[in-house]
Ligand binder design. Structure first.
Ligand SMILES: C[C@@](CO)(OP(=O)(O)O)[C@H](O)COP(=O)(O)OP(=O)(O)OC[C@H]1O[C@@H](n2ccc(N)nc2=O)[C@H](O)[C@@H]1O
Ligand SMILES: Nc1ncnc2c1ncn2[C@@H]1O[C@H](COP(=O)(O)OP(=O)(O)O)[C@@H](O)[C@H]1O
Length: 284
């Protein structure tokens, strides 16, 4: 039997860091939502007890370093599954972009294998398993829009933000999440974005207030390492995006746009500076 799962990308509408913890992780407050740029996973049961990953993308590991592989191994071990699986990853989400492509593949693998092997695992338990693979995996298991706290694994589901266009621009640089958190001096942050104001903006359905309350404390760290990300933000603003922010640890910058008439002008303008530009909708 073959099954299919979609693994959408996420964006962080707000990312605040409260403090560095003793375990090396950071205590965060994030508001995250999914967009309709997605990897597609095909999973097929194997009679041999092995996990095989393939992908059309030449630039990701296909061995145990792949997060989908790690997710399959974790669920097999934890639930004593003696069967194997072949997973094909049709990658569309740019890698190491701040869009959680790998985390979403891991989450889709957990959801998919739960169905394929009829394990009856609850969504909460899938999230707990996911947290062993990465801080963003639990959110990718549930999807929707959420306030994420702890190191990102504690989730409170919230209303979806008002629908709009999301323009994603990924400059051709690689950013390591560990590096960006490592360079952040959380105790020295002078300004914090307000999760409370963003939650109010979302619950009142005000697109203008959502744009006004976008904020990400990791932005300055990545901008200092890669000034071209700031340049991209400025271009996105100048072309008329209503709100602009870097997603996660970057380097992808997203622009929120309410009027369809503006979208192609912004897209065409950005394409002059950046090869990887995507126009998507929020997944609501
Ligand atoms: C920054 C964010 C925002 O959504 O996303 P990305 O930019 O990676 O998409 C996340 O916090 C990333 O989550 P994820 O990519 O799952 O991170 P993990 O694999 O758990 O951790 C990678 C490394 O980042 C650091 N890390 C991660 C999460 C956190 N709350 N504090 C940290 O300090 C740690 O150094 C850790 O070793
Ligand atoms: N299935 C996967 N898809 C993408 N990257 C993966 C995958 N599995 C492991 N990786 C590795 O994880 C790292 C981060 O990838 P990704 O999840 O795309 O980052 P981000 O969360 O910043 O968007 C990359 O170095 C990549 O090699």
């Amino acid at each position: 039997m073959k099954i299919y799962e979609k693994a959408p990308a996420k964006i962080n509408l707000l990312l605040d860091v409260l403090r560095k913890r003793d375990d090396g992780f950071h205590e965060v407050e994030m508001i995250m939502t999914m967009v309709d740029l997605a990897d597609r996973l095909e999973m097929e049961e194997l009679h041999s007890d092995s996990i095989i990953i393939s992908s059309q993308a030449g630039y990701i590991p296909l061995d145990e370093k792949n997060l989908a592989f790690q997710a399959a191994r974790l669920i097999k071990d934890r639930y004593n599954v003696r069967k194997g699986v072949y997973i094909h990853l049709d990658k569309n989400i740019p890698v190491a972009a701040g869009l959680a492509g790998g985390s979403s593949d891991a989450a889709a693998t957990l959801r998919g294998l739960n169905r394929l092997w009829e394990l009856g695992i609850s969504e909460d338990e899938l999230c707990t398993l996911g947290a062993e693979l990465g801080s963003d995996v639990p959110f990718c298991v549930t999807g929707g829009t959420a306030l994420a706290t702890g190191r990102g694994e504690k989730l409170e589901r919230i209303a979806n933000p008002p629908q709009c266009w999301v323009i994603l621009a990924k400059p051709p640089i690689n950013v390591s999440t560990a590096d960006v958190y490592g360079k952040l001096r959380a105790s020295e942050l002078k300004r914090h974005p307000s999760a409370k104001d963003m939650l109010e903006a979302i619950s009142s359905g005000s697109f203008a207030d959502v744009c006004a309350n976008l904020g990400n404390v990791l932005e300055n760290v990545t901008l200092q390492l890669h000034p071209e990300v700031l340049q991209l933000k400025e271009i996105m603003q100048r072309l008329g995006s209503d709100g602009v922010l870097m997603s996660g640890s970057g380097p992808t910058v997203f622009g929120l746009v309410s009027k369809e008439a503006k979208v192609s002008r912004i897209y065409n303008g950005l394409r002059g500076f950046c090869k990887e530009v995507y126009v998507v909708r929020m997944l609501t």
